[in-house]
Design a protein around this ligand. Structure first.
Ligand code: HEM
Length: 549
């Protein structure tokens, strides 16, 4: 259709069943909206759509209230949660609606059930309509009827031409399906759209309330005006925003495949210039060993850096050493004071050896584990340090860990339990249940916790299975002392011996996790515990090393 294209990167994988672990919202009926607090901006996280079953906002306006300014508020909130700013939002909506039409030829009750609710004889079709032919000009989908532009199969400036030409003449009407929509009061003949079945017949165009927001909201209007007067800027902004929409969950550019990958680095790809691979790893390790940092310091910092990785969109991870930049350096989970102290020592080592800090952070974690276990921990050099200019700080702030069971960290109490949040983090890191279990046990033994909860071992410089043997000790009785804290008391004397969190005790309480914890608690499984811990640790440290794949 002649639209501008910025590029294409292949490499997505197909899945063969619907994803079942996505939170779409708590409502159990279509268009339910129990997702707001006091204001329209107080939309429950991590949701972005305004109502159950919509992908963006209600096209008719908030809860079908045809008010373009209120619609603009919803659009801004929803699109910002997809990391789209105002310019990208206007470009996408206008560019998308340059093509195609909305379908609302007749009353909604002609539509049959959705594909999953329809009979076998429908063979996967759904929403089959008995209105007229049910297709073509008789189609009913959203309930809004009409194309946005007079040439809906061509890339042109028709969307803005229409919005501005009739800006004082848009009339709120209802589609044949009864939905609110806007139509020019007195359209010129050339501004009519072709009928879907017979192009010689001309029908009126329309705008949804959400489209009207593009000229009624003052900020959107400025952008729309500029795009209208500068079609090149519109084309460029649309092609870039479209590329972003379709590639944002693919992670760094190194994962894109094929000949059409654009050369230009884009800030939302979290670019990192690769670091050196050619250096004396042994010498750097020696410098780290002699730095005076404790095993806990080294391990906790490497974990804080690497564990930002999330497999959902391949962002985060140790590469880039963004942990030294805003906002990560100030995240509460990262214990900013301790982090600052450790990073200043590690930065000196990085500088004097000509190595990236990102590599030194991971190497320090490995050195700590090697010192504590007497075993070798695999290491792959080559991480680089991202600059502030390469870092979209605002888009990193949404990655702040609100809970990290591996560090016994919980920012505040949430509706979801800390142990469920730990599971979520584990799955974002791509960990299995045994990997999660061995990591929690090992990290706690090495002294990693937000306070004294879960620190059962007397020797945090020695990697042992103490955590599990202590947790499963039958001589200890646990008693709740707060929403996320428990005292472990000697069954006979009643003396308080230690404290734990929910994420600690779940490894004794949940039958599946307990079975794994018992394997690691076995006194003949010390070696297995250590090697499994090192394997799971290495998996997390390298989770973002797509260059190694
Ligand atoms: C404010 C956000 C948006 C709203 C409220 C919205 C609403 C709608 C509605 C109600 C329809 C008609 C569906 C039907 O009846 O079949 C539609 C169609 C369409 N939308 Fe959007 N949309 C939005 C943003 C976008 C974006 C970001 C794109 C792509 C970049 C896009 C591309 C399209 C296209 C191509 C069609 C035509 C489909 C066809 O011809 O069957 N829209 N939109």
């Amino acid at each position: 259709m002649g639209g501008p294209v910025f590029g294409f990167g292949g490499g997505r994988s197909d899945i063969w069943h619907p994803e079942e672990d996505i939170y779409w919202g708590a409502e159990d009926e279509w268009l339910g909206d129990n997702r707001y607090g006091d204001t329209r901006q107080d939309l429950q996280n991590p949701l972005a759509a305004v109502q159950m079953g919509l992908i963006y906002v209600n096209p008719q306006g908030p809860n079908a209230n045809p008010d373009p300014l209120l619609s603009a508020q919803d659009i801004r909130e929803t699109f910002s949660r997809m990391a789209m700013n105002d310019e990208e939002t206007v470009a996408l909506t206008a560019g998308g609606h340059t093509f195609g039409k909305a379908h609302g030829a007749g009353p909604e009750d002609h539509k049959g059930p959705e594909p999953e609710g329809a009979g076998l004889e429908e063979q996967g079709f759904g929403w089959t309509s008995d209105y007229g032919s049910g297709v073509g000009r008789d189609t009913i989908t959203s309930g809004i009827e009409g194309a946005w532009t007079p040439n809906p199969t061509e890339w042109d400036n028709g969307y803005f031409d229409m919005l501005f030409k009739y800006e004082d003449d848009w009339v709120l009407t209802k589609s044949p399906a009864g939905a609110h929509q806007w139509t020019p009061g007195n359209p010129d003949a050339e501004d009519m759209a072709p009928d879907p079945e017979d192009a010689s017949i001309k029908v009126p165009t329309m705008m949804t309330t959400a489209d009207m927001a593009m000229i009624r909201d003052p900020e959107y209007r400025k952008i729309s005006k500029r795009f209208h007067e500068n079609p090149d800027q519109f084309g460029d902004a649309f092609s870039r925003a479209w590329f972003k929409l379709l590639h944002r969950d693919m992670g760094p550019k190194v994962r894109y495949l094929g000949p059409d990958v654009p050369d230009e680095d884009l800030i939302w790809q979290d670019p990192v210039t690769p670091g050196s691979t050619n250096y004396d790893i042994g010498a750097v390790k020696e410098a780290i060993k002699n730095s005076g940092l404790s095993v806990t310091d080294m391990v906790e910092t490497a974990w804080a850096s690497a564990s930002t990785f999330r497999g959902s969109d391949m962002r985060g991870g140790a590469n880039g050493a963004r942990i030294r930049l805003s906002p990560q350096k100030d995240w509460e989970a990262n214990k900013p004071d301790q982090l600052g102290r450790v990073l200043s020592t590690l930065s000196d080592i990085a500088d004097s050896n000509g190595v990236s800090l990102a590599d030194v952070i991971v190497l320090a974690g490995n050195v700590g584990i090697e010192m504590a276990s007497g075993k070798e921990v695999p290491f792959h050099p080559g991480r680089g340090d991202a600059t502030e200019e390469q870092t979209d700080a605002a888009s990193f702030s949404v990655m702040e860990p609100l809970a990290d069971g591996f560090r016994n960290f919980l920012k505040t109490n949430y509706a979801v339990t800390p142990e469920e949040m730990m599971l979520d983090k584990a799955q974002l890191l791509g960990l299995t249940a045994p990997e999660m279990t061995v990591l929690v046990g090992g990290l706690r033994t090495l002294g990693v916790s937000s306070d004294d909860r879960g620190l059962f071992s007397n020797d945090s410089s020695n990697l042992s299975n103490d955590y599990f043997t202590t947790l499963l000790d039958m001589n200890v009785k646990w008693k709740p002392t707060g929403s996320n804290s428990y005292d472990g008391m000697d069954r006979t004397t009643g003396d308080v011996l230690r404290r734990a969190s929910r994420t600690d005790l779940v490894f004794g309480s949940n039958s599946q996790l307990r079975a794994i914890a018992e394997v690691y608690a076995q006194d003949d499984n010390q070696e297995k515990f250590k090697s499994d811990f090192i394997a799971a640790w290495t998996k997390v440290m390298n989770a973002d090393r797509f260059d190694l794949e």
